[in-house]
Design a protein around this ligand. Structure first.
Ligand SMILES: O=C(O)CCC(=O)C(=O)O
Length: 196
């Protein structure tokens, strides 16, 4: 029988450090789907796309957000892969909502560093969650392309925290009050798994 990927030790490490590395979460077909999704995003950038590198950068750093409803591979991976179950186990939460997808591509030779930061100021949520981990990344000095499909999830403890500034990504949540659970069609429940 396969060992569980998220053991008690892994949960404890995640609670302590805010980050763990889980390998082979996606099968080869899903990795291919993620690569196709990134190509589709680059071929047809959405309204939230941004280039975070300078005009004279020898590469480029491109980001895009919230494409899961248009690009089926992202929706499938975000909602119906084993990722939501792993997120639930790591966050030790009885329910998980999908928050948003984030595609980050560093073209070869880009000098654009990602400065050390944490994501809480970007987000319209408070409560127990993932976004307090400090992270950063160097440029990408190789001739190839660095590709990331990042899937973000919310624990049951996440609460709406409207900000006076533009969040990243920005969300128009209408009348959802401050302090309310993130019960909104933009953030579907993905764990416990729902049938397709
Ligand atoms: O990978 C990077 O360059 C930046 C990643 C990042 O800041 C993020 O995912 O929030």
């Amino acid at each position: 029988m396969n060992e569980p990927m998220v053991t008690d030790e892994v949960v404890a490490a995640f609670a302590r450090d805010g980050v763990v590395c889980l390998r082979s979460v996606l099968d080869p077909g899903q990795v291919t789907a993620a690569a196709e999704a990134i190509e589709a995003v680059l071929a047809a950038p959405g309204p939230l796309t941004q280039v975070a590198s300078a005009a004279d950068d020898p590469g480029a750093f491109t980001e895009d957000f919230c494409r899961w409803q248009e690009i089926p591979q992202i929706g499938q991976l975000a909602r119906y892969s084993q990722v939501p179950a792993l997120a639930a186990a790591l966050m030790a939460t009885p329910q998980v909502r999908f928050y948003h997808d984030h595609v980050l591509v560093k073209e070869g030779r880009t000098r654009q560093r990602t400065p050390w930061h944490q994501d809480q100021p970007y987000y319209n949520v408070d409560g127990r969650g993932l976004s307090l981990t400090v992270h950063g990344a160097p440029g990408f000095g190789y001739p190839t392309r660095r590709r990331i499909l990042s899937l973000r999830y919310l624990s049951a403890g996440a609460r709406h925290a409207p900000r006076p500034w533009r969040t990243s990504p920005p969300f128009d949540l209408g009348e959802l009050p401050a302090g309310a659970p993130m019960d909104h069609p933009l953030f579907p429940v993905v764990w416990p798994a729902v049938s397709v």
